[in-house]
Design a protein around this ligand. Structure first.
Ligand code: NAI
Length: 777
């Protein structure tokens, strides 16, 4: 080729990275792998091939774990855990740091092996996957070092089962293992069946780093092995993968007292306003949807472009797409590599082929003849209801639609069951920062996309799952508060004991949408005190629950009020309760037959004041991420929280839940203490006189068991908490799988209401949204 021809075509010659070292490492291992259990590799057993998706060549044989393998791995992790925890934060930090150093030392080997196994361009594995994995271990070495001083009340959970997908094999492993180990847990991890090789190389690194045996255990195999881990005697499951499997795991773990975090799918919007720097926005799109062949859970797969620039934008985009180079992942000059496996390639093809709407543009690039390749694709002119606008394709396929106004952009962006990430492009900082809080997403990137760092938590809302990975918030998923809880004891309602019967009907109504409400079914039950009948309360049914949830959903503007205003209202509730404290204390004593009513009322007033104090102080953070910009970790309300309140502490239990929840901008549907409901029905008179807007607090009475399922399965409820003395944990967790709502249930353990645990409630009442904004150089 002449120089002139090179200038004319601007073609790159190939610049392949050598696979020799990685292939030699595979040969050294005998091309066959067992599992890594208790610090050693097991003998390879029956299994399956791991292939290079770019060529179809077999790279190695992997072993399908049996039940005995999983049991052995869990037992090794269990045995190793106390000693690992006992090393202390500083001791664990040294190990994590040693792993980080070795990952750095062998970075090129990891990058090449990753690209061979997964098909991703070497440019990405070399510059993104592997450096970010190292960064995660360095960052969490620091977290281990700081644990005792920064998180003095936290202790590890124990053994964590971790199941990861194939799109970022080593990086997902790092996201799972580093925080778990830092906090003193041990792990059993299963890589995805298509991409287990870097996990096995990592096991080798653990050996080299002198990690105590049993701290990290890696078992290979398919979804059946994942199911075995989920069913095992572990203390936590951390999963990243498809929403369908996430939902099954939610159901399978229900009622077992396990911690669970789910990082699931997405259909993340990429919003381009007409004043955006269009060329930058197009380069951003290349990273949003063609990075890793679009096999990215937070891929900006749904382009929303403002109408006035749509045509120009699409034209430029098509031209850019046509210049993308698709090919050998080990070639440093290619932009798009191979899809992970023929199965995934077929899924992408079938989804695109089934679509008849809009206009499809496949990039005019040449595809290699063999291997799992799919051209970068743009589909314009789709309606929001078209399946491809709603379903995750997990391939290099971008769908596009237009909008006119910022309000419409927000509406379209949020028109999905997911809520993982979102990208906003505009040169107008006011517009960007006006839109960012309105997007239903755990991560928002402004004028950039697909940025990740260990310091900034990652995770979604809605059906994109729950929990965060990275940052301070990621750690809470691997710790629990110190201390042993007592077992739950059921509190039974008093039955009639022949005391005096008041001839006046005193049936306390429920409180829905700021109004008193009769039970839909028309049934009520008597509430007996020690010395006679105290009144009646309505029995809420499914319809009452629905009405209360609708009222709460309708009061969404509460979440947009200021912390200052919410604090004032909470102080006001506290004052008004204080003015009636004797009456409340008598009521509590009459119901419970105890004499601690006055103490309970005092504590409830304190809880209100504490929540009021926090309302304008439980702030987010600004993370100094090592990429041009900062990440604003904003605390947002979870939304509508349904809670079954404590039976034993009829006022304090309700107030301890309600006050922090509404302080953070949530709306609540509270099921009053089942045996002693009258403190709650008296309490709404206090709310009525305290300027609490209608629908922010709704109070139902009746059977917790009857209300649990309708609350936990209602699609407008975002979180369900249960402190009922009837253990409904399993039923709630199972029913919550529908829209993957957040749950906090007592799992047969009593809660200590006398100790102020407001911080825990504040944490459960908020979601962290990380908004990445350009800042500095
Ligand atoms: P998947 O969710 O089936 O696999 C993820 C991991 O879960 C793998 O390690 C797999 O072996 C394991 N697994 C599968 N079934 C399981 C079960 N019943 N119990 C426990 N573990 C189980 O994802 P798959 O089939 O590889 O991809 C299917 C679709 O899922 C993709 O097309 C994509 O849409 C989505 N996906 C989303 C990811 C994300 O990060 N959000 C990652 C991978 C896939």
């Amino acid at each position: 080729m002449t120089i002139k021809e090179i200038f004319d075509t601007m073609d790159y010659g190939p610049a392949p990275e050598s696979a020799a070292e990685a292939l030699a490492w595979l040969v050294d291992q005998g091309d066959r792998f067992g599992h890594f259990i208790d610090g050693a590799f097991t003998k390879p057993g029956k299994g399956f091939e791991s292939r290079n998706p770019a060529t179809g060549e077999v790279l190695a044989m992997l072993t399908q774990a049996t039940q005995a393998d999983v049991d052995a791995a869990v037992a090794a992790a269990r045995k190793a855990q106390p000693k690992w925890e006992g090393l202390g934060g500083a001791g664990r930090a040294r190990h994590l740091y040693a792993i980080a150093r070795l990952l750095q030392k062998h970075a090129r080997l990891f990058a090449v092996l990753e690209s061979l196994d997964n098909g991703k361009p070497i440019r990405e594995s070399r510059d993104i996957d592997i450096p970010l994995a190292q960064r995660h271990f360095y960052y969490h070495a620091g977290m281990a070092q700081l644990m005792e001083s920064a998180l003095p009340d936290a202790e590890p959970l124990g053994v964590c089962g971790q199941i990861i997908p194939w799109n970022f094999p080593l990086l997902m492993l790092a996201w799972k293992i580093a925080p778990a180990l830092a906090m003193g847990n041990t792990v059993v991890l299963k890589p995805a069946e298509y991409t287990s090789l870097t996990a096995l190389l990592f096991a080798d690194i653990c050996k080299q780093a002198g990690l105590p045996k049993g701290v990290v255990n890696i078992v290979t195999g398919d979804g059946a092995v994942g199911e075995m881990i989920v069913a095992a005697e572990v203390d936590k499951i951390a999963f990243t993968g498809s929403t369908a499997v996430g939902r099954r795991i939610r159901e399978a773990t229900a009622g077992r007292g396990l911690e669970l975090t789910l990082e699931l799918g997405g259909k993340s919007p990429y919003v381009v306003f007409d004043d955006a720097d269009i060329d930058s926005a197009i380069e951003g799109l290349v990273d949003a949807i063609w990075f890793n062949q679009g096999q990215v859970c937070c891929a900006g797969s749904r382009l929303l472009v403002q109408e006035g620039i749509a045509e120009r934008f699409h034209d430029k985009l098509r031209a850019r797409m046509d210049g993308l180079r698709v090919g050998n992942p080990l070639d440093k000059c290619i932009d798009v590599g191979a899809v992970v496996d023929p199965v995934q390639l077929q899924t992408i093809k079938s989804m695109v082929d089934a679509n008849t709407a809009g206009q499809v543009h496949h990039a005019a690039c040449e595809l290699p003849e063999n291997g799992c390749y799919y051209p970068p694709t743009l589909i314009t002119g789709l309606e929001t209801s078209d399946p491809l606008m709603q379903e995750e394709i997990f391939g290099p396929v971008l769908v596009s639609s237009t909008f006119r106004t910022p309000a419409e952009a927000v509406e379209l962006a949020n028109n999905t069951r997911y809520g993982l990430a979102a990208t906003v492009w505009t040169e107008n900082v006011n517009l960007a920062l006006d839109i960012a809080p309105k997007l239903a997403a755990g991560v928002v990137w402004v004028n950039a996309t697909n940025l990740f760092d260990a310091a900034a938590g990652f995770g979604g809302v809605r059906e994109s799952g729950f929990g965060r990975e990275g940052g301070w918030e990621g750690l809470s998923a691997y710790t629990r508060p110190k201390g042993k809880a007592k077992p739950l004891t059921r509190v039974e309602a008093r039955t009639g004991d022949g005391g005096p019967v008041d001839p006046i009907d005193r049936t306390a109504k429920m409180y829905v949408g700021g109004k008193q409400a009769r039970p839909d079914g028309g049934y009520s039950r008597p509430v007996w005190g020690k010395s006679g009948l105290l009144g009646h309360v309505g029995l809420a049914n499914r319809k009452d629950v629905r009405n209360a949830v609708e009222a709460a959903a309708g009061a969404a503007s509460w979440g947009r009020t200021t912390g200052h205003l919410r604090a004032q209202i909470l102080y006001y509730i506290g004052e008004n309760l204080s003015a009636r404290s004797d009456e409340f204390a008598r009521r509590i004593d009459a119901m419970t037959g105890r004499k601690d009513g006055a103490k309970e009322v005092d504590a409830a007033i304190q809880r209100l004041f504490t929540a009021a104090a926090w309302a304008d102080k439980y702030d987010g953070q600004v993370h100094g991420v090592p990429i041009r910009g900062v990440a604003l970790a904003m605390k947002e309300p979870v939304g509508v929280i349904g809670a079954l309140c404590a039976d034993e502490a009829p006022l304090l239990g309700l107030v301890s839940v309600m006050a922090p929840a509404i302080a953070m901008g949530n709306r609540v549907v509270l099921a009053a203490s089942e045996p002693y409901p009258l403190a709650a029905t008296d309490f709404y008179q206090v709310l009525d006189t305290s300027d609490v807007p209608a629908g922010v607090v709704n109070i139902l009475t009746g059977s917790h068991a009857d209300m649990a399922k309708p609350l936990a399965s209602h699609l407008n409820v975002d979180a369900v908490w249960s402190f009922s003395s009837t253990d409904l944990s399993g039923a709630i967790e199972k029913a919550s799988a529908g829209n993957l709502k957040r749950t906090w249930v007592n799992n047969g353990r009593a809660f200590d209401w006398n100790t102020d645990q407001t911080r825990r409630f504040l944490q459960a009442a908020t979601e962290v949204k990380n908004i990445w904004v350009p800042y500095g150089e």
